[in-house]
Design a binder for this molecule. Structure first.
Ligand code: NAD
Length: 404
């Protein structure tokens, strides 16, 4: 006797994506039972299929636990009724049964129709009000805000790969160091050229290794040539880039010879000092003190950037945002509406940015450590390219490909 039952439905490319098989396996693994109430299979490769499933479990908690996994997979209540809303008991605090968001496109059933949730990102909650349902961090919820609770009447759209996704995700099936970097670079160059022509937003997240490995001039060229709409980085990228522009070193190493420069250990401190003399990076560029590099090209082209502080920063530079909540918010603002995000050799800033992005934003992750690339590329989107290589080499090859 299985008294607890709930009906779910799903539509899309259920067979080729494996979604239906995974859903049925989940039911069986949970020791529950199912009945396929209806199933309409798409007639051609491009047609969608749809299914209605009755799921039965012995107890209410078992059914709820299973329902959470099915909703997460992309199934939804057949007759949802309005989403459950409860008022936030106080600022930055939500009811205990709050619904926690994923980074995939999400809708909630409200006043008789499915409504799209804006500002999707993972690890948020959904607040209803004003223009409609919106994803928020718990800390930004205010007392009395109506918060979506439980996953009833929540619908998450699985990301089925479209033709462009397949094209872009040509290497997404796994991250490996045993792949041709030049092929990957060519595909990235093609994608960037397409995005530039379409006027889309390409955001670069970059760590100081970019400068240490001699990739600075190539990144500067990408900015100068209009391929970059914004840069997210830490204090160090700017410090070492400016050190390179002023003294030809990065962390004291001569960028031309790869050898330690005399008194080179002082150079990054001198760079920070020089910026403080002018008051800001922009002022130092304006005054003609900084005449090359990534920060120079950003200032000249008026391309926005955010420098987020960290515990290990020297200086920090006047522009570095040391209030972490403000830094996170400015990162999220910059990432909003991005079409591609390129993550270059920084675990800290790349993971932070990745957590803010909806799953449909395409990402390119470049790092020399396969474990880091795997972590960054594996965001459940299939829209990520992971490239295991030296970032300086990658950027120089990319800039060459784009100039050709
Ligand atoms: N002087 C300073 O103020 C200073 C100096 C260093 C770091 N920091 C700050 O510390 C924070 C973390 O720094 P981070 O982002 O460099 O460290 P991180 O550890 O988050 O990331 C460094 C990444 O670079 C990768 N890497 C190393 N060599 C590479 C290569 N040749 N090619 C490709 N990838 C390579 C590593 O595998 C690693 O994933 C940042 O906020 C940064 O600004 C400040």
């Amino acid at each position: 006797m299985r008294p607890r039952a709930r009906r779910f439905t799903a539509s899309g490319h259920l067979i080729d994506s494996g979604l239906l098989t995974r859903a049925l396996n989940l039911v069986l693994e949970a020791g529950a039972d199912y009945e396929v109430v209806s199933f309409v299979m798409g007639r051609t490769r491009t047609d969608e299929s749809s299914v209605e499933l009755e799921v039965r479990a012995d107890t209410e908690p078992a059914l709820e636990a299973l329902a959470t996994r099915l909703v997460d997979l992309g199934l939804w209540d057949r007759a949802p009724g309005d989403v459950q809303l409860k008022p936030a008991p106080r600022d930055s605090c939500v009811p205990d049964d709050f619904y926690a968001t994923t980074n995939r496109p999400t809708e909630v059933f409200l006043e008789g129709s499915w409504r799209e949730v804006a500002d999707m990102r993972m690890d948020g909650v959904i607040v209803v009000g004003g223009p409609g349902p919106r994803c928020r961090l718990i800390r930004d919820v205010r007392r009395g805000d109506p918060v979506v609770c439980t996953n009833r009447a929540v619908r998450i759209h699985p990301l089925f790969r479209d033709a462009e996704g397949e094209e872009f995700g040509f290497m997404a099936s796994g991250v490996s160091s045993e792949r041709s970097v030049s092929v990957a670079v060519r595909r990235v160059a093609e994608a960037l050229a397409r995005e530039k022509a379409a006027g889309s937003r390409v955001i670069v997240v970059a760590g100081p290794v970019v400068i240490h490995t001699g990739g600075g001039p190539a990144l500067a060229a990408l900015v100068r040539d209009g391929y970059v709409s914004g840069v997210l980085a830490g204090n160090a990228l700017a410090v070492h880039d400016i050190e390179g522009a002023l003294y030809g070193t990065s962390l004291g190493i001569d960028l031309a010879t790869g050898l330690p420069a005399r008194e080179g250990h002082r150079n990054h401190l001198r760079a920070i000092n020089a910026v403080f003399r002018h008051g800001s990076i922009a002022a130092a560029v304006e005054a003609g003190e900084i005449r090359s590099g990534v920060m120079y090209e950003l200032a000249r082209a008026g391309v926005p950037y955010v420098l987020a502080g960290s515990l290990r920063d020297d200086g920090p530079l006047p522009e570095t945002e040391m209030d972490m909540l403000k830094a996170q918010a400015r990162y999220a603002d910059m990432a909003r509406g991005a079409s591609i995000v390129i993550m270059l050799s920084t675990m800290l800033h790349s993971i932070a940015t990745g957590n803010m992005l909806p799953a449909w934003v395409r990402t390119i992750c470049v790092d020399i450590n396969p474990a880091v690339v795997t972590k960054l590329a594996d965001r459940g989107s299939g829209q990520a390219i992971g490239i295991v290589t030296d970032v300086g080499l990658f950027l120089r090859t990319l800039a060459d490909a784009l100039q050709r």
